[in-house]
Design a protein around this ligand. Structure first.
Ligand code: FAD
Length: 455
């Protein structure tokens, strides 16, 4: 009987264990690749991520010989109906590891099995599946560094062989075309990257040429020093296993650092697996009584990139214009919201998830918690980024600020970070700082101290 390959965060053709499993199960009966648009998730996604997903699906369909069926509805209903309609004997997936995805899959599996259809999960979107790396005592890791050591020692799974399945088109839902076309009409100010597996592989081979500089350039938003693979990793257009295999023969601080960054992604997925509540609640309860301000006009200014702090505004505008933001600047903008505006991190995490094409619950929300001091890090809650010195340090020539904040484009070099020091600093409509950083830093520390002392 044919096998259904239900694609989700694995929108690629190579190094795809679930495709291998589906091919083996189906034999000559063939594989039916399908993607299900769940209206609840689709609506919750925001137009930028819908566009990125639609672009990726279009490219992925071509990779599957234009046989990718797109259905619309609740997967709990769609998959059993599709299996009945096509006579498929099994449904194959890459195991989903988010709290929502894991719960949904369990329900889909149960319904399928009660109809006599197998449900098989092979692999995960991670090199080592969440929940597998553990301390010697068998408990989950709480802190990154020992996790990353154990993760490295765990050994690398080899990339999967590419099977040669016979593919069949199960037919798309008429509504799918409408949804995808509408999503594709949404335009950002700057074009999105080339979507899908070919875009990811091109990006990766280009980055490998620059790998040796990664260690030194990665924190510099003015240089294109990072891989920008996060939007591809998010949808599984490329798998970390593939990346690690390509890194295996390479030595040096660039390769090592890059591997560590991939380990962060795996760590946060592991944390979410063990602590599903940490998606939207403080992981550590030590700061539960911290006093927060309600989001108001200052948060609107933060969202719009009009805080009067050049590096913060450059980051927020890069996000709005491109759907992506440089990693270091994510920390600075997140610190500004939580420590200078005293707003609880989920407010910012929601905004990021709505606008980032790499928006990922585990990496984003734990990244926010790391900055807020509520997360996995034993890190000092009293770490407050200074947006001015951070800007000067990581964008030393001001090029990043000038690129994204046209009202500061007339200021040369590092002057772009300090318009208040120049007579013509505000000549082109740039706003003055909405807060006094030194005062807000003291306020943040006072609130943290009070929270710590509270019984
Ligand atoms: P590179 O430097 O080339 O790193 C390679 C890969 O390693 C990345 O693609 C990513 O998969 C992983 N990685 C690197 N740094 C981290 C990190 N700190 N945590 C987890 N994984 C990491 N990453 C997302 O993928 N999605 C998000 O929604 C997201 N939100 C974030 C929010 C905040 C507040 C912070 C501080 C970080 C967030 N990150 C997120 C992590 C990191 O900033 C991005 O993964 C990285 O900037 C993506 O750019 P890149 O692919 O060029 O990274």
């Amino acid at each position: 009987t044919p096998a259904i390959l239900w694609l989700r965060r694995d929108l690629r053709r190579h190094d795809h264990p679930a495709l291998g499993a589906a091919t083996a199960a189906a034999g000559r009966a063939g594989v039916l690749p399908v993607f299900v648009i769940d209206p609840t998730l689709w609506e919750g996604c925001g137009p930028v991520r819908r566009r990125w997903l639609a672009d990726t699906l279009r490219v992925t369909s071509a990779l599957y010989d234009d046989k990718l069926a797109i259905r619309v509805g609740d997967p709990r209903d769609v998959l059993p109906a599709l299996a009945a309609e096509t006579g498929a004997g099994s449904v194959h997936v890459t195991r989903e590891t988010t709290p929502f995805g894991a719960r949904r899959d369990a329900e889909v599996a149960e319904r399928l099995r009660s109809a006599g259809v197998d449900f098989t999960a092979t692999g995960t979107p991670y090199a080592i599946g969440p929940g597998i790396v553990r301390t010697q005592g068998g408990t989950p890791f709480q802190v990154f560094t020992p996790f990353s050591r154990a993760w490295r020692d765990h050994g690398r799974p080899a990339p999967a062989q590419d099977p040669k399945p016979t593919l069949h088109d199960a037919g798309s839902h008429p509504h799918a075309d409408e949804l995808l076309s509408a999503a594709t009409e949404f335009e950002l100010a700057e074009p999105l990257p080339d979507a899908g597996e070919p875009g990811a592989l091109a990006r990766w081979s280009d980055f490998l040429e620059r790998l040796d500089d990664y260690d030194t350039d990665r924190d510099r938003p003015d240089l294109d020093g990072t891989s920008r693979l996060s939007p591809y990793l998010k949808l599984g257009a490329i798998h970390p296993r593939t990346l690690l295999a390509d890194l295996a023969g390479r030595q040096g601080p660039g390769a090592e650092k890059f591997e560590t960054e991939l380990a962060w992604r795996e760590f946060y997925a592991d944390v979410l697996h063990h602590h599903p509540r940490s998606a939207w609640h403080d992981l550590r309860d030590g700061l539960a009584v911290l006093a927060y301000d309600d989001p108001g006009e200052q948060v609107d200014a933060w969202r719009a990139g009009r805080t009067g702090f050049p590096i913060v505004d450059a980051g927020m505008r890069q996000l709005a214009r491109t759907g992506w933001m440089a990693g270091r600047v994510r920390m600075i903008t997140a610190s500004f919201l939580t420590k200078d505006l005293h707003v609880w991190w989920p407010v910012g995490a929601r905004h990021f998830l709505d606008h980032l094409i790499d928006g990922d619950l585990a990496s984003n929300n734990h990244g926010w918690q790391w900055v807020a001091g509520t997360g996995t890090d034993a890190a000092p809650y009293f770490r407050v980024f200074n947006p001015i010195t951070q800007g000067i340090r990581f964008d030393p020539d001001g090029a990043y600020v000038r690129r994204w904040v046209p009202e500061l484009a007339h200021l040369p070099g590092r002057a772009a970070h300090e318009p208040w020091k120049h007579d013509d600093g505000y000549d082109h409509g740039y706003p003055e700082p909405i807060v006094d950083h030194a005062a807000e830093r003291r306020e943040a520390l006072a609130r943290y101290d009070a929270a710590k002392r509270s019984p």
